[in-house]
Design a protein around this ligand. Structure first.
Ligand SMILES: [Zn+2]
Length: 382
């Protein structure tokens, strides 16, 4: 009834309150003696990254704490130089998806010749990325991208947000410690949490065959839908933080099945240099229009999504997300985030070429993307 499908779950993750305390053991298991610690200025300023690194004995750690909101090739090059100068032999990423993705770029470029562009998915990079990738330990401080268990990195190269995909880009180990998210501010909790929820929903709707991934996606929807408001309202709620971090990891475990229109649009919007828009916030704002567009292609799956989210069978999923966004204090639309109507045709064109577009629940044209983007502008500008 189906063709042959590839199903792979690879990263070893240690999950639970206190998991970050395993770092020293995990580094020695991975044979890393001099790690480069990759983080961003915000996480460094809170003292969180230093606290995680503190128990490591031996020489002072080498830091790259300049990860931008959306990782760039320039930042990869800078971090690679620091890695080489200090004689590092592995990477520890502490932060959100940006720091983890940047760390993957560094682990790739310290072990592979040429330039980053040679390894982009669009340039056939999948076949050029080898097992030589330096060992990486990923420690997320947000519950959203799940990049700690993902095989992808998104890095901005020359104004384009490019995908780097390889089974060798899975971090060697992930330490998922919800303790590190207890202090995450409400807005970031909501925005990153909506990224996790979007991963679970979009992947579940992807037409590829992968029942285990669908089961994981539905479990992630249940956890995220049940915990995102509490985690946003009461950041110290340990059960809510645990469930959001699990939903985040599940989102990334499942999205090997492919994402869809939401991510196809969020990627080029996130690459608009002048705006530096947050990926999770973009997904939250774009999700209702994509759910309306995909509805005719997936009615049975929509019913299962409603069940997983604890909604009555009559509830419209797109309306549910729009109302959830309001309750979470997220922007009302792209216009409120500073996106102008004039940029939409350009974004629609890039969305149609994005790898995530290939696995949307129903085929999407450039015109469809433009219509969804216009619908996502929000009341302020229509
Ligand atoms: Zn995402």
């Amino acid at each position: 009834m189906h063709g042959i499908t590839t199903i792979r779950y690879l990263t070893t993750a240690s999950f639970g309150f206190g998991a970050a305390g395993l770092l020293a053991d995990v580094l020695s298991e991975c044979g890393v003696n001099r790690p480069l610690v990759v983080t961003d200025p915000g996480v460094r300023a809170t003292g969180l990254a230093d606290r995680v690194i503190e128990p490591l004995s031996g020489s002072a750690p080498t830091w790259f704490d300049g990860t931008p909101t959306n990782p760039t090739e320039a930042a990869v090059i800078e971090a690679v130089e620091i890695y080489a100068a200090a004689g590092c032999d592995g990477v520890v990423a502490i932060g959100g998806g940006s720091s983890i993705d940047l760390a993957k770029g560094v682990a790739l470029m310290v072990t592979h010749p040429g330039s980053l562009l040679d390894y982009a998915y669009v340039n056939g990079g999948v076949d050029r990325i080898t097992t030589a990738v330096a060992p990486t330990v990923a420690i997320p401080t947000t519950a959203g991208t799940g990049s700690e268990v993902g095989r992808a990195a998104m890095i901005n190269v020359g104004g384009r947000k490019l995908d780097f995909l390889s089974p060798h880009l899975f971090p060697s180990r992930a330490l998922c410690d919800p303790e590190l998210t207890l202090g995450l501010p409400p807005y970031l909790t909501a925005a990153t949490g909506m990224d996790a929820l979007t991963h679970c929903i979009e992947t579940y709707l992807s037409p590829l065959v992968n029942p285990p991934a669908e089961a994981i996606g539905l479990d992630g929807v249940e956890r995220a839908a049940g915990a995102i408001e509490e985690a946003t309202r009461d950041g110290r709620s340990r059960p809510a933080r645990w469930n959001m971090m699990m939903a985040s990891m599940e989102g990334a475990l499942t999205f090997q099945k492919g994402l869809g229109a939401v991510h196809a649009m969020a990627h080029p919007l996130g690459a608009l240099d002048d705006l530096s828009l947050h990926h999770g916030t973009l997904n939250a704002v774009l999700l209702p229009a994509a759910l309306r567009f995909n509805k005719p292609a997936a009615s049975a799956k929509y019913e299962r999504l409603r069940q997983a989210a604890g909604l009555d069978s009559g509830v419209d999923l797109a309306d549910w997300i729009s109302e959830l966004n309001v309750r979470l204090g997220l922007p009302s639309g792209l216009a409120a985030m500073g996106v102008s109507r004039e940029t939409l045709p350009r974004v629609a064109k890039a969305a149609a070429q994005d790898p995530a577009a290939e696995t949307n629940a129903r085929p999407v044209t450039e015109a469809d993307y433009e219509q969804m983007l216009r619908a996502s502008l929000g009341v302020a500008s229509s």
